[in-house]
Design a protein around this ligand. Structure first.
Ligand code: ADE
Length: 222
């Protein structure tokens, strides 16, 4: 899977992308992630990518051409891939685990456009496949949403998670439960006058009972 992220703040993304499971997945060649700045296609000496809105109003609007030309540049290099172009926007369709699975299955290339919210030329919506929101709240821009989508999709690419985590992921995929409570040493924790014990059944070694307990105590997910 290849990800191309278009942002005026590539350095914000790079530090996250160079750590975590994403760095490991990149080094194993399972995913490729590139960041691009639309400033490359700015035409003035200041490398501006935004301008005043027509009809007035507060703030600036990101211009059509620097972003459109960045998309075009990426597409020239990736013409053999199955691409989805996503525009990060709080008014887009809600991103979900289900959606992450669809992307992981149906394409092998995602272009993510990080706009500054309330400041993107509306014609850019015409040249993307989907407008995507990561939740019903407004962020300053699309950088965090792009990282969220990149990580959620990458985790689903075979080999990106270690073996144990992949098995846990399979259980996540079963409808009805997402995860069960887990504990590690010590057996008893004392905190602010209270005692918290690991449930006896987990110390019992009785696998059938443990499995039953896990199912009963699983946390519901989508
Ligand atoms: N840009 C600003 N807020 C956003 C959100 N919630 N989802 C996606 N992009 C955004």
């Amino acid at each position: 899977m290849r990800f191309d992220i278009i942002t005026i703040f590539p350095e914000i993304l790079d530090s996250y992308l160079d750590e975590t499971i994403l760095a490991r997945a990149k080094s194993l060649g399972l995913i490729e992630i590139y960041t691009h700045t639309p400033r490359e296609f700015a035409t003035d000496a200041h490398k501006s990518v935004d301008d005043k809105p027509y009809s007035g109003g507060a703030g600036m609007v990101m211009m059509f051409y620097p972003i459109a030309k960045t998309i075009e540049k990426i597409q020239i290099e990736t013409s053999s891939l199955k691409t989805k172009i996503l525009l990060m926007s709080p008014t887009g369709i809600q991103f979900s685990q289900k959606k992450a699975k669809v992307y992981a299955k149906e394409c092998n290339h995602i272009i993510l456009i990080c706009g500054r919210y309330e400041g993107l030329d509306a014609r850019l919506e015409k040249i993307v496949d989907e407008k995507v929101s990561i939740g019903p709240y407004v962020l300053a821009g699309g950088e965090l949403p792009a990282l969220v989508i990149t990580e959620a999709v990458s985790r689903l690419i075979p080999g990106v998670l270690g073996k144990e985590a992949s098995l846990a992921e399979e259980s996540h995929n079963q409808p009805g439960y997402l995860e069960y409570p887990q504990y590690t040493r010590p057996e008893v924790v004392n905190w602010k006058g209270k005692e918290y014990k690991v449930p006896d059944v987990l110390l019992s070694g009785n696998h059938a009972e443990i499995e039953k307990w896990r199912k009963e105590n699983a946390v519901q997910g989508e």
